[in-house]
Design a protein around this ligand. Structure first.
Ligand code: ADP
Ligand code: MG
Length: 468
């Protein structure tokens, strides 16, 4: 219950105190500490000083009173009162003169036949500012008592003086503390303001902004960290722009390649298929006019050969465009067919292994895998001068891994890494569709291995495009 109240109070306090600037906070703390300390020391000093001085005054007074009583005793025995008075007045004047910081107000002897006192008409008037301390001492061998009145005016004066000095010191300390706190907060807040300003600039996307390292302290470290961050952001921005540029290049290259492909198909349809069909048409037309029936079977055989050749061409073309086997039989069978055909056509021995990849994969992924392997094996034919190669597809948890390896001449990676070549870049882009990566291991004379990893957790594989 109490704790709750305390935490509420603290919250309320912090709401107000936390809202002001650091400068005000520091100034507030420094000034309150100095004022508190000054007040405490002043009050304490006043108390101690007053006590000590008053005790001393009393001691001194007692000593003097004893001395006077001794001096006046013989006069009283002789009953020479006038001399006694003269003696006392002499003493009072002596001790009230400069050099004695006792202020004697009166000396008076009572209990004798005639009262002897240094005053003329009764005890001197005392008020609040001048309190008389009355000290009584018996006079030897008589019934008389000597009264000594001392003023504590010197005590008051001293205490007032000391108080004034302490207050002055406190005020000076306040001025010094104020200046120090002001300077301190200036040192502290100047780099912070610079950091705040620079952060706002960076937030607008200008990563070139840096701050100066003001000192080698924590704030200096902050400045260094800030500069590091801005540096990293600038770097990331450059990389992003480069990637963006590469992607744009890639897209336009892909479009160009597609157009090229269409041109090739159009030319092939026109030159090869069109030509074949034309010659079939002409052959059929001529067949009508054949006089010698013996020639007919031979001509028909020739035409059939053309038709069968044309059919092969069309199949080949359609298969190159998109292997129907991929949709009908699935990745592994389609891949197997592609590799069989590849071995026959190019005379390169290819081992194909697929492990644990299940029945069917998402259709997008199958296409990507197919094209990636196609591009890799095409590179083997075009660049590797290899006699054998291997293709491995396997699945581990949520990653699918493709390894295409050849025993060819390899190449210098650093040289080709500039992104100019379309094929490897295309593999990388395709893999990226599945949060994947391409890693190339090669060296001139060492053969080439491509590692491609695709993730099943990527957005691409989620939900859509599953085979029924
Ligand atoms: N298996 C390989 N063996 C040797 N060199 C290769 C192989 N794959 C790629 N390269 C080299 O990398 C370059 C880039 O390949 P790629 O991006 O497919 O472009 P392209 O095939 O159009 O030249 C090729 O020109 C070739 O020099
Ligand atoms: Mg290529």
């Amino acid at each position: 219950m109490n704790n709750l109240l305390a935490s509420r109070l603290f919250q309320r306090f912090w709401q107000i105190a936390g809202a002001v600037s650091i400068r005000v906070k520091v100034l507030g703390i420094v000034l309150s500490v100095i004022i508190l300390l000054g007040t405490f020391v002043t009050l304490q000093m006043r108390g101690v000083l007053t006590d000590t001085l008053e005790r001393r005054l009393l001691d001194q007074g007692k000593a003097l009173a004893g001395q006077f009583a001794e001096g006046v005793a013989s006069f009283i025995q002789d009953e020479s009162f006038a001399e006694a008075r003269a003696y006392l007045i002499g003493r009072q004047e002596h001790y009230s003169s400069a050099g004695h910081n006792t202020s004697i107000l009166y000396i008076s002897v009572e209990g004798t036949i005639q009262q002897i006192s240094t005053w003329d008409h009764g005890p001197p008037f005392t008020d609040d500012t001048q309190v008389a301390v009355d000290i009584a001492v018996p006079v030897r061998e008589s019934d008389a008592v000597l009264h000594l009145g001392v003023a504590d005016i010197t005590v008051e004066q001293t205490v007032t003086e000391v108080t004034f000095q302490l207050v002055t010191i406190t005020l000076v300390m306040i001025a010094v503390g104020f200046a120090a706190a002001f300077f301190l907060t200036w040192i502290l807040t100047r780099p912070i303001y610079e950091l705040v300003e620079a952060t706002q600039v960076v937030a607008t996307g200008d990563f070139s902004r840096r701050v100066s390292q003001w000192a080698d302290d924590e704030i200096g470290e902050l400045a260094v960290a800030f500069n590091g961050m801005a540096e990293a952001l600038a770097q990331a921005e450059v990389e992003r722009e480069e990637r963006e540029q590469l992607r744009t290049q890639y897209v336009s290259k892909v479009i160009a390649a597609q157009e090229e492909e269409r041109k090739r198909i159009a030319r092939e349809l026109h030159d090869s298929t069109g030509q074949s069909l034309t010659s079939i048409l002409v052959g059929l037309h001529n067949l009508k006019d054949v006089d010698d029936l013996v020639e007919v079977p031979g001509r028909i055989d020739a035409l059939r050969a053309i038709v069968s050749h044309t059919l092969d061409d069309v199949r080949q073309m359609s298969w190159q465009l998109r292997p129907s086997t991929l949709d009908d039989l699935g990745l592994v069978s389609a891949m197997q067919r592609y590799i069989d055909d590849y071995q026959q056509r190019f005379g390169i021995q290819v081992d194909f292994i697929s492990r644990d990849i299940g029945e069917r994969l998402p259709v997008d992924m199958e296409t990507v895998i197919y094209r990636v392997i196609q591009e890799s094996l095409t590179n083997v034919v075009r660049h590797a001068q290899a006699s054998s190669a291997s293709v491995i597809i396997d699945r581990r948890a949520n990653t699918l891994r493709i390894i295409v390896e050849d025993n060819g001449i390899g190449f210098d990676l650093a040289e080709k890494q500039n992104g100019k070549s379309l094929g490897l870049q295309g593999i990388r882009e395709r893999a990226a569709l599945f949060d994947g990566t391409l890693t190339i291991e090669t060296e001139p004379g060492q053969g080439t291995t491509l590692f491609i990893e695709l993730s099943f957790d990527s957005q691409h594989t989620n939900g859509n495009s599953e085979h029924e």
